[in-house]
Ligand binder design. Structure first.
Ligand SMILES: C[S@@+](CC[C@H](N)C(=O)[O-])C[C@H]1O[C@@H](n2cnc3c(N)ncnc32)[C@H](O)[C@@H]1O
Length: 428
């Protein structure tokens, strides 16, 4: 397929996503199934236009003065693929499968606008209702932080030290372009996609099949490390999901001690069994019944709450979720988080640690939740988060935002990771 056909396909998929509120991955998969002539390079190129258009939905709409799948897709090529309006129209000329080239009206909208002059919310590429929350989180830098959340993400991997060292995995993935991550000591990074390329399918690599590494954002690795799991500990991963944090804690504990991996949703927990086997983790027990945790009340050295959240910190990877999110869902997540913190805290032993993580950038899900919990639960006190960061990442204090009592914030702009919040409390 030439550029025109790929662009037309991306517009069709974007239209499907917006009319039927569908996840982007599903809409792209369906398009592929009903257009089997398209090769893997075509699919990758179409996927890139779709994801770029969703990440930059508001700024592309502003630049072309219309919020339509067509404007978003054309805008994506202009903002992310290095085209000028003229070079784009030229590339579409004579292509029977291409959409109509940029019209006079579109060309004149583009000629009169520069993104630097756009309102902050447009530059932040976020839903209008989220603007005050980003501003509360980031102060004057909020538009810049929002813009960084709308860039293409890298592909991050965590070396599974139960099976291999970082040098060995880096060498095995040299062809894929893996290099050491900036902060996480067990992290490797494959740079963000350039142009119309795609990330290598690392899960097809023998090194993955052998359990040498996991796919995990560097931010997730960093907050996992901050939680402080150490050899011999008794740990409860209260929102274990598919086990990303349990697996990393198991390696940090060198397969000693015990991790109970619980999730209220057994479907979400299900993939953990294969993952544990592949990674060679022998100190993790998956627990699907909350009652089965009762014997461990007051016994845990560490309880991890990787809380259900809006996922606003992962908008680079799931830009469709950015536009589906509602204020009502944000409110729901906050009450779930408050409830889960109370439930999970019962299991912490005196002197033990309660670690709270979200992949959200909204203060309501982060600092507010910790403040609310401490106010009502005087048995818990916050750790000094400056000291905790320095202990774990010495000499790297410039890149994170730390509130000594309420936690540590990571973001694409500051740490080059997804947006995460981490807070640790100690039971007196
Ligand atoms: C952010 S995800 C966990 C991701 C996982 N820890 C990882 O690293 O891959 C949050 C999880 O919390 C679970 N959850 C939601 N409500 C819960 C509750 N009341 N008790 C325990 N888990 C809950 C969800 O099913 C979801 O799997």
């Amino acid at each position: 397929m030439r550029l025109g056909g790929r662009l037309a396909a991306a517009i069709e998929v974007l239209d499907d996503i917006s009319r039927r509120y569908r996840p982007a991955a599903e809409a792209l998969k369906d398009w592929g199934l009903s257009h089997r002539f398209a090769g893997s390079k075509d699919r990758a190129a179409i996927g890139n236009i779709v994801y770029d258009a969703l990440r930059r939905k508001r700024s592309t709409a502003w630049l072309l003065d219309e919020d339509t799948p067509r404007a978003n897709a054309f805008g994506a090529l202009l903002l992310e693929a290095g085209f000028t309006p003229d070079s784009l129209n030229e590339a579409l000329t004579g292509d029977n499968f291409a959409p109509e080239p940029l019209s006079e009206a579109e060309l004149s909208a583009l000629a009169g606008r520069r993104l630097e002059d756009a309102p902050a919310g447009v530059r932040a590429d976020c839903p209008e209702w989220c603007e005050p929350f980003l501003e509360r989180a980031y102060g004057e830098a909020w538009a810049e932080e929002g813009a960084a959340l709308a860039t293409r993400p890298p592909l991050d991997l965590r070396v599974n030290t139960l099976k291999a060292g970082r040098d060995k995995v880096r060498a095995a993935l040299a062809r894929a372009g893996a290099v050491d991550a900036g902060l996480a000591l067990k992290g490797l990074r494959i740079a963000a996609i350039e142009g119309q390329g795609r990330h290598p399918n690392v899960q097809a690599e023998p090194a993955f099949q052998k359990g040498w590494f996991e796919v995990q954002d560097e931010g997730s690795q960093i907050v996992g490390q901050l939680a402080g799991a150490a050899p011999g500990m008794q740990v409860l991963d209260f929102c274990a999901g598919a086990g990303g944090k349990s697996l990393s804690m198991s390696a940090a504990m060198d397969n000693t001690g015990q991790i109970r991996a619980f999730d209220a949703d057994r479907q979400r927990l299900a993939p953990i069994f294969d993952r544990l086997r592949r990674a060679g983790c022998r100190n993790v027990q998956a627990v699907a019944e909350e009652e089965a945790l009762e014997p461990f009340v007051g016994k845990m050295d560490l309880v991890l709450v990787d809380a259900p959240c809006t996922g606003s910190g992962t908008w680079r990877r799931r830009p469709d979720a950015k536009w589906r999110l509602t204020e009502k869902q944000l409110e729901q997540r906050q009450s779930e988080q408050a409830e889960i913190l109370v439930k999970a805290s019962r299991f912490v032993k005196p002197g033990g640690r309660l670690a709270y993580i979200t992949c959200s950038v909204f203060p309501q899900e982060n600092a507010d939740r910790i403040r609310g919990f401490i106010e009502k639960n005087s048995a818990f006190e916050p750790l000094d988060h400056n000291a905790l960061w320095e202990e774990n990442f010495p000499g790297k204090s410039g890149c994170v935002r730390v509130d000594p009592a309420l936690g540590i914030a990571l973001s694409p702009l500051r740490t080059g990771t997804d947006g995460f919040h981490f807070a640790a409390l100690r039971r007196r």
